[in-house]
Design a protein around this ligand. Structure first.
Ligand code: HEC
Length: 171
């Protein structure tokens, strides 16, 4: 086979172009500006700094969650303490008289002790779970509240007040 000169020249030029393109591509990949600016690898110091920031953020969040849980717990505790400090009549009204209707149905000013005793007896006929001694406690309590022009049950204090309440000394 005879290689004609212009053929040889074409091959040579072709090969040269391929070689140039290849080395250029490799060069671009290794040191191209694009590569450097788009995703510059982090130095060790930078990576450590980022990890520290992430950890600090996670710790802040965990601390905030702990504080919120602690606040809820203290609120519950203070509310329970406030409820337990009410007179027995109030606790009975809450426990025995609010199953079928709300406490605001009970208007203390409407009657005296005997009247309330009758009402509680009627509630027993409806199915209220309350014994005679408890009924008397409730009747006296409601009559007193009526005389003092107060509702059957006080609304619990708001959260700020509850949180500022001093805990009763341990017994
Ligand atoms: C088992 C359900 C039930 C329970 C528990 C209950 N009630 Fe009632 N209550 C009713 C029903 C039903 C009515 C409406 C009919 C009536 O007035 O008898 C009512 C109505 C009332 C009324 C409005 C009528 C009125 O007489 O002024 C008052 C006050 C009242 N209840 C007080 C009480 C008290 C105090 C207790 C707790 C000792 C209590 N209730 C517990 C069922 C109940």
């Amino acid at each position: 086979m005879v290689l004609r000169s212009h053929c040889v020249a074409r091959w040579a030029i072709g090969g040269l172009l391929v070689a140039l393109a290849w080395s250029g591509a490799v060069h671009a990949e290794l040191a191209g500006d694009d590569y450097q600016t788009r995703a510059a690898p982090l130095t060790d110091a930078e990576r450590q700094q980022r990890e520290r920031q992430l950890r600090a953020e996670q710790e802040r969040q965990a601390a905030a969650e702990r504080a919120a849980a602690e606040r809820r717990r203290r609120l519950q505790e203070a509310l329970a303490a406030w409820k337990a400090a009410r007179p027995p009549g109030a606790q009975l009204v809450e426990q025995r008289c609010t199953r079928c209707h709300t406490a605001d149905v009970i208007q203390p000013a409407s009657r005296g002790t005997v009247g309330w005793l009758w009402t509680v007896a009627r509630m027993r006929l409806h199915g209220a779970d309350i014994d005679v001694a408890q009924a008397l406690t409730v009747a006296r309590y409601l009559a007193e509240r009526g005389a003092a022009n107060r509702p059957a049950l006080d609304a619990p204090p708001d959260e700020a007040t509850l949180l500022s309440m001093r805990r009763p000394p341990p017994q």
